[in-house]
Write a protein that binds this ligand. Structure first.
Ligand code: PEP
Ligand code: MG
Length: 755
């Protein structure tokens, strides 16, 4: 049965549209269960269930039979959200007869709801002529099929509807949901990267002159190398240096000995170069795709992109691709989009990026954020070949797109785009002003840098310092641990750019969702595993090099603060401080004139909350990492879309934890900063002002918005609102209450796109 189930689900996942998907379901289930009828009813636009497919009932009834939500047995199943197993269904008081179906011949009935994330999408029904009750195992099978198919149906339905494949749309809004990549909204024309480079389409062909074939292949590699280097130069004005390093990763992958030698070997075994390339690229892709580590898995995209580029050069078509005309507002849509493909579009015409595959770990997300354009990832099965040139709206805030949007959606998005533009202009005016509440209370606003952004936007944002410099990024875009000198140069540049403003540099925080390509860590529970300080204390040789580089970079500037991530025990702080002392002494012996920097710990692990005093005795400041603190307090994986709705830093437990911590730190005269995403959440900012958090550190684009919130309330008002919120039990009520307060203060446009 398991095999049958798997094959039905697989075939439905591969369907090109909803019609095909539901037809496959009814056929597959009817065969698997050896019943006389299988039908699928899906929730339609008018609060009704529409017969979408049947194998057994009269086919002409499809699309015609509609039952209101409270009508018939189908309606009852939807209402109760549980299976209904009946002998002679016509006897049931809720039975509704539709003569066009011809169902009077069938005397047993089993229906189960199709539910996706609590939402009833429809009902799956099997029927049989004989008078019998379906067995428990049959019922269990149908429930299992239905649960597995719900996700596939949602996807195919949304995709099909939005490109007009369906006569009867199932999703009234027409939005297809994916994963949030980069924030922002955009309207534009779909531009697909050049299809000529599709490796899958390369046919097999014998080769007569392998030498000539090898020469052509090697020349193609060289041309692509040049092309990527030119792309990197072209982007140099718009992308920060660290982000541009991604091009170097490409160039390096391209020069990989295996990639070249494997292809050449295949050529000499008789394949023509494009097919030899296809085989080599797919070999490499398979290796990467099988890796446990999500970062390395995501590199398969880069390999495919490289293969596409070499193929274009082999065909000699790359110049044609370069000469392509691009519409004014391009939304680059592809199965996967590579960094190189983005560089092909004139940057002033690029308005957004949409990837059917891809994840938050894709390099392209980093690029989109750096360019300030929205990106939506992981859209599932879209019929891509039909999309080029269609219009699209992209909502990076919610991770959704609408293809050929309905006039009302388009109108709404025009308004949102305009308002986003207007809002950011208005917020620009706050640039030189302090983050001062209406009664003069001050908060310091810092920016987060390193992982996803760079110093330039941080400097421009008017921040008072860098509240979190994530040192992982320089480690992630290289092929081995960076040397002390390499690190020194990077840290020096950051410290110098901000001096005399403070820069809080966090020591290496790898593990969890931040793996290093050259140091894969395979763990069942990476978030509970070898992360942050746990890793660096186990590798003092790596930790000491980093500390030395930081201390050297601080010479003469004195604006460095050091932050320790993922701390859960006192002895971790003691050991880290001892290593810091050692690095300090070594450098002094080597003749460097050092001033000891302030040191803080990140509050991410709940255990620390209960030992706060002991930590406060040892360090100079605390920095609350609400991204992890929320994840660990609520036991919700911060990157798991299935439980995303449970993840909210306004949960009363999180608020209580932060409030307690601020009070304790202030009793020790130590400052508290908050550097998780919560610091950029306008609703949360009211409460953090009320709690007296000293520093909020956020991404550069959030800073003016947060400043606007602070400048619109008095501290006393924030304290009053905080005490009301502390009396509330439900996170949804808290968010609604705070959003209403933002609305009252005229800041409604901060919590949704548009006013
Ligand atoms: C946090 O956990 O809140 C934090 C800022 O660290 P990161 O998101 O890098 O884990
Ligand atoms: Mg963290």
């Amino acid at each position: 049965m398991l095999e049958t189930l798997r094959s039905i689900v697989q075939s439905v996942n591969g369907a090109s549209g909803l019609k095909e998907a539901v037809d496959l379901i009814v056929r597959g289930v009817k065969d698997a269960m050896a019943v006389d009828v299988c039908s699928v009813y899906l929730a339609g636009p008018d609060k009704d269930y529409v017969l979408m497919a049947t194998d057994g009932l009269n086919p002409s009834a499809v699309g015609k039979v509609r039952l209101k939500y409270d009508e018939g047995l189908v309606g009852l199943i939807g209402l109760r959200q549980e299976p209904l197993n009946l002998i002679n269904p016509a006897d049931h008081p809720r039975y509704a007869y539709f003569s066009e179906t011809g169902e009077e011949r069938y005397h047993s009935f089993l229906g189960v709801p199709i539910i996706h994330y609590r939402k009833v999408l429809g009902v799956l029904v099997v029927q049989q002529r004989e008078y019998r009750r379906f067995g428990n195992d049959e019922e269990a099978f149908l429930v299992t099929v239905s649960a597995q198919l719900a996700g596939a149906i949602t996807h195919v339905a949304a995709g099909a509807d939005s490109i007009g494949l369906l006569a009867s749309p199932t999703d009234r809004t027409g939005f297809i949901h994916g994963v949030r990549g980069a924030p922002g909204v955009a309207i534009g024309t779909i531009v697909m990267p050049d299809p000529l480079g599709n490796l899958l389409d390369v046919p097999d062909r014998e080769v007569s002159d392998p030498k000539a074939e090898e020469r052509a292949f090697r020349k193609a590699i060289l041309l692509v190398q040049e092309e990527l280097e030119a792309g990197s130069v072209r982007m140099s004005n718009v992308l920060p240096r660290e982000t541009r390093a991604l091009f170097d990763v490409y160039v390096m992958l391209l020069g990989s000995e295996r990639l070249i030698s494997d292809t050449v070997e295949r050529i000499h075994a008789g394949m023509w170069a494009p097919a030899a390339l296809r085989e080599t690229i797919f070999d490499h892709v398979r290796v990467f795709e099988q890796m446990e580590d999500p970062y390395l898995r995501a590199r398969a995209e880069d390999i495919r992109d490289i293969g596409r580029r070499i193929l274009l050069r082999l065909h000699g078509d790359a110049d044609a691709a370069q000469a392509r005309k691009y519409p004014k507002k391009c939304i680059l849509v592809g199965d996967e989009i590579g960094v190189g493909q983005v560089a092909e579009v004139p940057v002033e015409r690029l308005a957004g990026i949409v990837c059917v595959r891809g994840s938050k770990m894709s390099h392209i997300v980093i690029v989109a954020k750096a360019l300030g354009i929205p990106a939506v990832m992981g859209l599932g099965d879209l019929p891509l070949s039909r999309l080029d040139g269609h219009s699209i709206v992209v909502d990076g805030y919610k991770g959704r797109v609408s293809i050929n949007p309905k006039p009302a959606v388009l109108k709404e998005f025009r308004r949102l785009v305009k308002q986003e533009r207007k809002l950011s202009k208005e917020l620009d005016e706050l640039h030189g002003l302090p983050a001062e509440a209406l009664d003069g209370a001050r908060m310091s606003l810092y920016v987060n840098a390193g992982l996803l952004s760079d110093v330039k936007p941080a400097l421009k944002s008017g921040a008072e310092g860098v509240g979190l410099y994530r040192t992982e990024f320089p480690f992630m875009v290289r092929q081995s641990f960076p040397s002390e000198d390499e690190q020194y140069k990077i840290y020096r540049e950051v410290l110098q750019s901000f001096a005399p403003k403070a820069v809080i540099m966090r020591t290496l925080d790898v593990g969890g969702d931040k793996p290093l390509p050259y140091f894969p860590i395979a763990e069942d529970n990476p978030y509970l595993g070898w992360r942050g300080i746990r890793f660096t204390l186990d590798h003092p040789e790596i930790f000491l090099v980093q500390l030395r580089a930081m201390l050297r970079a601080n010479v003469g500037l004195q604006n460095l603060r050091i932050l320790l991530p993922m701390v859960s025990r006192i002895d971790e702080v003691d050991s880290a401080l001892a290593l810091l002392d050692r690095a300090h002494e070594e450098l002094q012996e080597e003749g460097f004139h050092l001033v000891a920097p302030m040191v803080g710990v990140m509050i991410e692990v709940p255990a620390v909350l209960y030992q706060a005093e002991a930590f406060l005795q040892r360090v100079d400041f605390l920095s609350i990492g609400t991204n992890d603190l929320t994840q660990y307090l609520l036991a919700v994986d911060r990157n798991n879309p299935r439980v995303a709705s449970l993840y909210d830093s306004l949960h009363p437990a999180v608020l209580q934890a932060i409030d307690d911590l601020v009070q304790k730190a202030h009793r020790f005269n130590k400052s508290v900063s908050l550097c998780g995403e919560m610091a950029g959440d306008p609703a949360a900012v009211i409460l953090l002002l009320g709690m007296g958090v000293d520093i909020l550190s956020m991404s550069a684009p959030s800073l003016p918005r947060v400043k606007w919130v602070i400048r619109s309330f008095t501290r006393q008002h924030a304290v009053d609102l905080l005490s009301r919120v502390m009396g509330m039990e439900d996170v949804r009520a808290i968010r609604a209450f705070l959003n209403a307060e933002l609305d009252k203060a005229g800041l409604g446009s901060l919590v949704r796109a548009g006013k």
